[in-house]
Design a protein around this ligand. Structure first.
Ligand SMILES: Nc1ncnc2c1ncn2[C@@H]1O[C@H](COP(=O)(O)OP(=O)(O)OP(=O)(O)O)[C@@H](O)[C@H]1O
Length: 762
């Protein structure tokens, strides 16, 4: 232990040294001022880099070094959260990053297959002090006598981790990753990998460690394209948000479905039934019908006055223009140009007919301009007229009414708040009924209703089908021009100064008239240019860009996603490099998946890989056997995951009337752990009041975004998905079961949240 302490202390000294250096460089960059714009941009990048470096070095403080491998030959290898090298010596590794290939035997070596390793040691520390060493001798004869279970790596450290009290924040598992998990974490980057596993098998943990592993192994590729992790709700994302930083990885985007459409943070609530309808694949056609409905025919001919002539935009003209625009195959907003041209051409023809035809049919002047003769106007005259129409207020108003430029937000807002539009979108162009009357009625809502998570995929789909507004294209173009101009100005400025300085005498140096490069670029332009071009990380740029293609997309609780949600995610992952983790038996959302092949068939056919996790690290076997009864009712063929431990405490069953007493006993046993009461949504508020009354001393979290770090939380089963607590009281399980179409799955989730004790009150 003393020897290990010495090595660990040495590593912390190095860490301190690295931190001091980063700090010094950071403050150096912060203090420096002035200089050329280029120097300033470089400084800003340096500030960002050192800040991140410092954050990473601070994040690995706890458990910096946690393992040691003694190979059959050669020096021992120490395994930790980051790699540290002997920079003064010959760059020997003092600490191996857990993701480095050489660290792998730490997770995979077994007595039966020791991978050249004689001994694996788990080093457990408190702060910087080594408190315990757990050794495993990877030798069949030694293992037989040691009582360790074959298949578990570092069993003592593992059991200590799974038994520890919960804090309301998920912890990393880097010290005790098991072999079946390691294989998933280190699987190849490409392709769709689906990880199916029962509750508590570490799917979330594995998904996050995989993100860290992929960023380490494919740094160059992924840091420019960013990694996206999608989770079910903001509370869950907060719960997992500390894991990646503790693995020294920042810059991974953690999003809910409601964050997927740039510029909209969709947090509104709506009935589950409505969200289910919005999630159906048929909504693609509903949106197409809704857009077609915005390409209207005038009910009455529209008259426009131009140059004292009265012209008519009638149904026949619009219908022909609309056909032409639709046939162009362009999305709505881009096809508008085709529509506009066709209508304007129709008007030009009318005008030409009116003023270009000689009214004197008998051709008294003998100039050959009798009716039927070619028009008198030349191409230039026609172009003038066309331009006049294009800019005419009346014509533009008519065009905007008949083929309005639409943002996704406007399309959806007006669709859901206008019964007539909903009715039109219900039926496809070929007459197919897409939704029933009752379903469309359910979608109806006021125009000012907040965006809900189920709206986000619809906004994205609408954006696809509508195409960019011409303005947006202009804006992008303007922006590109601006960047080019400022670069040009910068280059010109640099030249100017270079030329100027050639003729500057020493005496001139303080001349206030002297042109400085900073004078050439105004501050705002400079700031803009630098921010956009240099400071924004890939993750930040990805968050602003609907067409961003992520380097890798990880989806957690993936069973809950609707077909429409999958469409967006597939658009964000055009290379189909994805890790999808979930459990079909826990699908609670009526829009969610019933099978993985159903989800992936449309996108990758059979070309997705399935990996399964079989060991439950969360729920003790006593609790799991009760939950197993519910699982058998969901799917008689499903096998519950095997619990890694037993506690000797079977779940307690009681009456709801005993809630007060049960809570008092749980609170007394809780220590610094966490307790959850999981209840039907309909009773949540009433129960929360009872819990508060029973536990006046403790903070009780309840509501849309409960603070999981409070000692007690009152949650619906759906809210509890993905979370865990030391003790769980499930109140009124029958009501949870009957409350929604997939209520049995919700109950299964509720029963599998406890790491220690479960009480079920009827
Ligand atoms: N190898 C491991 N070492 C230590 N703890 C582990 C390990 N694997 C999983 N755990 C712990 O088990 C618990 C469950 O893990 P996680 O939440 O990732 O499971 P899950 O499969 O996502 O569960 P669910 O489907 O119920 O959401 C967590 O506390 C996690 O830290």
């Amino acid at each position: 232990m003393e020897a290990e302490q010495k090595h660990v202390t040495g590593l912390y000294d190095r860490l301190d040294g690295m931190r001091a250096l980063a700090e010094q460089r950071l403050s150096g960059s912060l203090e420096a001022t002035g200089g050329t714009p280029q120097a300033r941009s470089q400084r800003e990048s340096a500030v960002a880099m050192y800040t991140e470096q410092l954050a990473q070095l601070s994040a690995v403080e706890s458990g910096l070094c946690f393992g040691r491998l003694d190979p059959e030959e050669g020096a021992p290898l120490y395994i930790g959260r980051i790699g540290i090298f002997d920079e003064e010596g010959d760059y020997e590794p003092l600490l191996l990053d857990w993701r480095a290939p050489a660290s792998r035997p730490f997770y995979l070596a077994t007595a039966a297959d020791p991978l050249g390793i004689r001994r694996r040691r788990h080093i457990r520390s408190k702060g910087r002090t080594v408190v315990a060493l757990d050794d495993e001798v990877l030798d069949l004869s030694a293992a037989a006598g040691s009582g360790t279970r074959e298949g578990l790596a570092g069993e003592a450290a593992l059991l200590s981790a799974v038994d520890a009290s919960r804090t309301g924040r998920m912890r990393d598992i880097v010290e005790t990753i098991q072999a079946e998990q390691d294989r998933i974490i280190r699987a190849d980057l490409g392709g769709v990998l689906v990880v199916q596993g029962g509750p508590g098998t570490g799917k979330t943990a594995v998904a996050l460690h995989r993100a860290a592993y992929l960023l380490y192994t494919h740094r160059r590729e992924l840091s420019s394209r960013a990694v996206l992790v999608v989770g079910p709700n903001p509370t869950f994302l907060r719960y997992i948000s500390h894991v990646l930083p503790s693995l020294a990885e920042t810059g991974v985007l953690l999003w809910t479905l409601g964050d997927l459409f740039p510029g909209v943070t969709a947090r509104g609530q709506e009935p589950e039934r409505v969200a289910e309808i919005k999630g159906r694949a048929v909504l693609v056609d509903v949106l197409a019908a809704a857009i077609a409905d915005r390409q209207e025919l005038p009910t009455e001919p529209i008259t426009v006055e131009v140059d004292q002539e009265t012209l008519t935009i009638d149904s026949a003209l619009v219908s022909a223009a609309r056909d032409r625009a639709r046939r162009s195959g362009r999305p709505h907003n881009q096809a508008r140009e085709v529509f506009e041209t066709a209508v304007v051409e129709g008007l030009v023809a009318q005008m030409a007919e009116l003023i270009g035809t000689d009214p004197y049919a008998d051709d008294p002047l003998g100039e050959g301009d009798a009716p039927g003769d070619p028009m008198l106007m030349g191409a230039a005259d026609l172009a003038d007229i066309r331009a006049e129409f294009e800019n005419d207020q009346g014509v533009r108003a008519a065009l905007d009414a008949l083929w309005p430029p639409l943002t996704p937000q406007r399309l959806l807002r007006e669709l859901f708040s206008t019964p007539g539009r909903l009715a039109a979108a219900r039926v496809a162009a070929d007459g197919t009924e897409l939704l029933t009357l009752a379903e469309t009625a359910a979608l109806s809502r006021p125009a000012n209703a907040p965006w809900t998570p189920a709206d986000a995929p619809l906004l994205d789909e609408a954006a696809e089908q509508l195409g960019d507004l011409p303005d947006a294209q202009d804006a992008a173009q303007r922006y590109a021009d601006r960047v080019r101009r400022s670069e040009l100005a910068y280059a010109e400025g640099a030249l100017e100064i270079a030329r100027g300085s050639a003729s500057i005498d020493v005496e001139d140096e303080d001349d206030p008239e002297l042109l400085l490069i900073t004078d050439l670029l105004d501050a705002s332009r400079l700031a803009e240019r630098q921010e956009e071009a240099l400071r924004l990380s890939a993750a930040e740029r990805a968050a602003r860009d609907r067409r961003w293609a992520f380097g890798h997309v990880i989806v957690d609780e993936a069973q809950e996603l609707s077909p429409m949600a999958w469409r967006v995610l597939m658009r964000r992952s055009p290379n189909r490099s994805m890790t999808v983790v979930g459990d079909i038996a826990q699908t609670g959302d009526p829009a969610g998946a019933a099978s993985w092949s159903e989800v992936f068939e449309p996108y990758v056919a059979q070309r997705w890989k399935l990996a399964e996790l079989s060991v439950n690290y969360r729920t003790p076997s006593e609790v799991m056997s009760l939950a197993g009864e519910v699982l058998a009712r969901i799917d008689p063929d499903a096998k519950p995951p095997q619990s890694v431990r037993s506690t000797g405490r079977p779940p307690v069953r009681g009456r709801l009337a005993e809630l007060g007493g049960v809570l008092a006993a749980e609170a007394a046993a809780l220590g610094d752990g966490r307790l959850a009461v999981i209840a039907p949504a309909a009773r949540l508020d009433a129960l929360a009041d009872e819990v508060r009354a029973a536990l006046p001393e403790l903070a009780v979290a309840v509501g849309d975004e409960p603070d999981l770090e409070s000692p007690v939380a009152v949650l619906t089963a759906r809210q509890s998905k993905g979370l865990e607590f030391d003790a769980v009281v499930v109140a009124d399980p029958d009501a949870i079961e009957t409350e929604s179409p997939r209520g049995l799955n919700d109950l299964y989730v509720a029963l599998t949240r406890a790491t220690q004790r479960l009480t079920v009150l009827r």
